[in-house]
Ligand binder design. Structure first.
Ligand code: ZN
Length: 325
């Protein structure tokens, strides 16, 4: 992205990176040099071949361009995903129930969880076992704005904590909590330094893993894939696809590096960071929208993930070909 604040921006970005290394892991905004659209290679229905078998009995495999740092991974089969819809989701553009339905379908039964794509995650493990490659949307709650429309991390923590202590959501140290905000909600750093991030905190007495996912309609040039996505609820709105791409990124990282001490490389890049805004070959739908995956009754446009086998690389499905952008 362009930097209207010049040196100030760089200083802030540097400060943020220093902070991020300590307590959260963020998805950086997309690199314009690697903007999708340069390589449009149709590949049939957008899905790769049959799902290959995941590794078994080899929980920690290294030497594939990403390092194991000793911490646990999430091994639930499936890993439950909880969503807090924060802000005004009865609004206009992509701030609608249509977006909510698409995202819950994406994370729901017979979709992302168990897909050849998600099975890339099974190449990661800890000393007691591997990631299952299954995740499942389990429960959602709404919060129309208990902490206002200008958030910072402490306010997000408070909003999540309230859902746990009230019992509206279970307090589950083995799950992933997605804090999804409508496009009118500001979060410090969102759209200028990152498109999303994940972290962990002790909430309601447990080690809770949560991810911030803003509606990317707040900054289409920085965090969206394309103006009209295959799942855009309205013409010209890419918010749903943009959020789905960030959710993909943050969920796979939360599963392979839940406490920020498991899988990342020498520069601190986690598995999804290593393929950030890299999509591989895509197909084009009748409305001009590009997609690279088909499951759960929809086409999707999601970044590749780093596979921790065969020397390491970004691919669209476990065992599939590696692509560099
Ligand atoms: Zn990341």
């Amino acid at each position: 992205m362009k930097s209207p604040l010049g040196k100030m921006r760089y200083a802030l970005a540097f400060l943020f990176i220093m902070l991020a290394a300590n307590f959260l892991a963020a998805q950086t905004i997309r690199d314009n040099h690697a903007a999708p659209g340069e390589k449009m290679v149709p590949n049939g229905d957008g899905t790769a071949a049959a799902v290959a078998a995941g590794p078994t009995g080899q929980a920690v495999v290294t030497g594939n361009g990403i390092n194991y740092n000793g911490g646990p991974v999430l091994k639930g089969n499936p890993v439950p995903v909880y969503i807090i819809w924060y802000g005004n989701w009865n609004g206009t553009g992509s701030n609608t129930q249509t977006t909510i339905n698409l995202i819950e379908t994406f994370l729901g039964a017979n979709a992302l969880g168990g897909s050849g794509y998600e099975r890339i995650n099974t190449t990661y493990g800890d000393t007691t076992g591997n990631v299952s490659g299954n995740l499942l949307f389990t429960k959602e709650v709404r919060d129309t704005g208990s902490q206002g429309t200008r958030l910072r991390n402490s306010r997000i923590s408070a909003a999540i904590s309230a859902q746990l202590t009230s019992g509206a959501l279970p307090t589950d140290p083995n799950g992933v909590y997605i804090f999804a905000t409508s496009s009118d909600v500001k979060e410090s750093g969102f759209c200028t330094q990152f498109c999303g991030f994940h972290t962990r905190q002790t909430l309601n007495g447990q080690d809770i893993k949560w991810a911030f996912i803003g509606n990317t309609d707040q900054c289409p040039s920085g965090c969206e894939i394309q103006a009209t996505g295959p799942n855009s609820p309205a013409a010209g709105v890419g918010g749903a696809d943009g959020m789905i791409n960030v959710i993909t990124h943050e969920t796979e990282e939360t599963i392979t590096d839940p406490d920020l001490n498991a899988w990342f490389d020498a520069s601190g890049a986690e598995d999804a960071d290593k393929c950030n805004f890299k999509f591989g070959p895509t197909s084009t739908a009748a409305n001009g929208a590009r997609f690279n995956q088909t499951f759960g009754g929809h086409n999707w446009m999601i970044q590749m993930e780093w596979e921790n086998s065969r020397g390491g690389g970004c691919d669209q499905t476990l065992g599939g070909p590696f692509f560099t952008n």
